[in-house]
Design a protein around this ligand. Sequence first.
Ligand SMILES: [Zn+2]
Length: 463
Amino acid sequence: MRAKALLIRHVAFPLMESIKGNRIRQYVKELQQTERYSSDDLQQMREEKLRKLLLHALDHVPFYKEFGSLRELIEKDPAAALVQFPVLTKDVVRNDLDRLVAQGVDTTHLILNRTGGSTGQPVVFYMDRPTVEHFEAARWRALSWWGIHIGDPCVMIWGSPIELSQQQLRTQRLKDRFLKNQVFIPSFDLRKEKLDEYLDLIDSYKPVYVYGWASALVLFAEFMLEKGRKVKVPLKAVLNTAETLTEHDRKVIEAAFGCPVINEYGARDGGIIAYECPAGGMHVMSENVWVEVIDMKTKKPVPFGQKGLVVVTDLNNLSSPRLRYQLGDVISLSSEHCSCGRPMPILKSLDGRENDTLVTLDGAYVNGQYFTNVARTLPSVRQFQVIQDSRDAMTLKLLKHDGLTQEDIDIFCQNIRDRMGDIHIDVQLVSEIARQNSGKLRTAMRTFALPTEEEIEPASLIR
Ligand SMILES: [Zn+2]
């Protein structure tokens, strides 16, 4: 397997680079240089990229032409100018996609991408090849901190690419196996009965690392611990992507796989945004992306340490710039530097999706994690999901099993009302709580838009 990794790293990958003209390895080298910069030098380099992007947007992107009055400020202080641009929501991108493409760019040469749409309507957007390659490079730069390199074998616990035909799927699998050195375990089909089969696959494939979503990894790890099974190969890491990992989840995965868990924070429509280093800092890939955190109600930037909506500006996408794009996640930035010495800023917390945040009767926000914490104190609750349908009504789904007690259900509802107000709770005992294709289990979600500050009325007026 080692020979195959070397073959991929030194032969197949460079060949692919020269055929496709991609520059991932060159970008990795550049990122390995910039991570040795001082914070000030890095910031200067980023501001230069931001200035170039903003001026380019004014000059060439129809959507941004009306912001010409910001030109002087952009020249002087691009960071201050950036916050004068509107936050770009998914709705705007959905409706104004063509005006977000730079003039003269042939869209047939761009990569048309779309979000999964699991949390609402999908969004279609353009990225160009250099942008995608910069993201890939950021991933490989970060993985190199952990001794993981291009071509190393990987087992992905991942959703099925359902949009592919059977033939495309076969071709894709061959490509994955022989060009990327990856095999897949389908995350939508994780069952205890199949654990032995999957572990045999891992043992025979001898991956250097395993990659997946937190909820799928946790489920897999729980099966392993329950059955007392281990992976026979020494793994360098388990890589968790795109989903918030609780400390509890991290411990379960580490205990089962016998290696550290690395957090990757990325989004299909935002690229690779942050990566955990071995010192535990969640570094923003700040050479590629400008990250801001804004208040959920006022949409104004919040101070370091405070939670809010993340908006990202991709510094490389000149073909279709999206300035201050609202991803839909809640995070906070730290004012501290990581003890590893790398200059890229670090995140203080990743707090899930914006629609994991529910709204109480009197307009306060409650992070979905609250309900997970409650459930953890109730021994008979195995799996649950809360869905907030309106400010005063919620559905609580509980996995039905013989041990589930009425007492725990009552305590759960009481805890919900303590926090949310005196709302209606529709308790449903169900035989299954559906996972998303990714294997992701959403424990809390809101199905209506967050009210703006003006819309929040005293509870008495609503009820
Ligand atoms: Zn660090």
